[in-house]
Design a protein around this ligand. Structure first.
Ligand SMILES: *Cc1c(COP(=O)(O)O)cnc(C)c1O
Length: 382
């Protein structure tokens, strides 16, 4: 096995251009980034005023096919505000995968609401609709139009699926469950800009979708995020409370509620405007890398390259291997010793100290993937 793996490592090094260290994912700045950022510096408008924020929001809405996009400081803030405007309140529950980045649950906790962790499907790595339905039949009851968790007595307000590593979840049955159980759908699309479910962009199916432009995501603004919605009133509310809830006036400081300073600075939006011009190129190169990896791993025992679900076109943000659990950690160690910065999947959130007492479903697939998934270098190769 070891010699076979050393051959893979040599191949990975060759594919990634014989560097000493191959990062998991790094940003590419090959377009108008310097020009647009320099423009904000030369004009002096680097911060809370400037045209790039409006332009970036317009481009995001156009690209994802939603009516409005509101740019904010990061993806976690986008989730926080989306959940707040969806009406999620203290002591209400939000259904989400346990297998996600901690921000998904943190945003719920900021509102004193409670994550309720459900299992993922092995075919999508995102929420499994069949298992969710069984869980809701068991614990849920609709009373006065509200879904109540019979085990905790709390209202279950929303469903928050996440599109893992860019691969879309099966949204159609989830939408049906939302209708049946009166749940609000919010999509954590932080990893899936450029990914489509049956031809429609992820993040555009629910009341809100949220994006992240952190340095490791498919496009970056340094740090940043966005709220997507087709509801223009809610988009205006999102803009208002992410910009300190100030009533527009040329000089007066009047605010009509407790707002947040979550606005994306103009200098970051300038970077975003240049990055989004390149996204199709990034996705093409990532999909080419998938084909290269497919060949590399096709005859390797105990290792399987994860492919997009048949109903989806994925951005392949992070390339994913499912490795036999007896060999996974050994492979991970070998890759890292050789400078190939592979990473395991997140520790599931129901095992994190802050969330270990939260309600949860049976999580067999989550526990299996925790032991078997690794991500390997995924930057677009030019
Ligand atoms: C990156 C990410 C976020 C939020 O990211 P920020 O770092 O706050 O921009 C949220 N959810 C998931 C699944 C993510 O991968």
């Amino acid at each position: 096995m070891k010699t076979e793996w050393m051959q893979i490592i040599e191949e990975l090094k060759r594919i990634h251009g014989k560097r000493n260290v191959v990062p998991l994912h790094e940003p590419t700045f090959s377009g108008n980034e310097v020009r647009y950022v320099t423009d904000t510096i030369n004009s002096g408008w680097v911060s809370s005023v400037g045209a790039y924020v409006d332009e970036f929001e317009r481009k995001l809405a156009e690209y994802t096919g939603v009516k409005r996009a509101v740019a904010v400081v990061n993806g976690t803030a986008a989730l926080h505000i989306a959940l707040k405007l969806a009406g999620v309140k203290a002591n209400e529950e939000v259904l989400m995968p346990s297998l996600t980045f901690v921000a998904t649950a943190n945003a719920v906790a900021y509102l004193q609401a409670i994550p309720n962790f459900v299992d993922v499907s092995l075919g999508t790595l995102g929420i499994d609709p069949t298992k969710l339905e069984i869980y809701l039949q068991e614990i849920g009851a609709v009373r006065n139009g509200q879904l109540i968790n019979k085990q905790t007595g709390r209202v279950i307000k929303a469903l928050l699926p996440m599109h893992t590593f860019g691969h879309p979840v099966d949204l159609e049955p989830l939408l049906q469950l939302c209708k049946k159980y009166n749940l609000i759908l919010i999509e954590d699309a932080a990893e899936s800009l450029g990914s489509y479910y049956r031809g429609q962009h992820t993040g555009s199916f629910g009341l809100f979708g949220t994006l992240s432009f952190n340095g490791n995501k498919i496009i970056t603004t340094g740090g940043g995020g966005a709220i997507l919605t087709n509801d223009i009133d809610l988009a205006e509310k999102a803009k208002h409370i992410t910009t300190t809830a100030k009533i527009p006036h040329r000089w007066k400081y009047e605010h009509d509620e407790i707002g947040f300073n979550y606005r994306m600075p103009n200098i970051n939006a300038a970077l975003g405007c240049a990055q989004i011009e390149k996204i199709e190129e990034f996705i093409d190169l990532k999909r080419q890398l998938t084909l290269t990896y497919e060949q590399l791993f096709q005859n390797i025992k105990n290792v399987e390259l994860f492919k997009e679900p048949q109903f989806a076109k994925s951005n392949y943000w992070l390339q994913t291997l499912i490795v036999n659990e007896k060999s996974r950690d050994e492979l991970l160690q070998l890759l890292n010793e050789e400078g190939i910065l592979a990473r395991p999947i997140w520790n599931p959130l129901h095992e994190q100290i802050m969330y270990q007492d939260c309600p949860k479903a049976e999580l067999d697939n989550t526990l299996y993937l925790k032991k078997t998934v690794i991500n390997i270098p995924s930057s677009p190769l030019f």
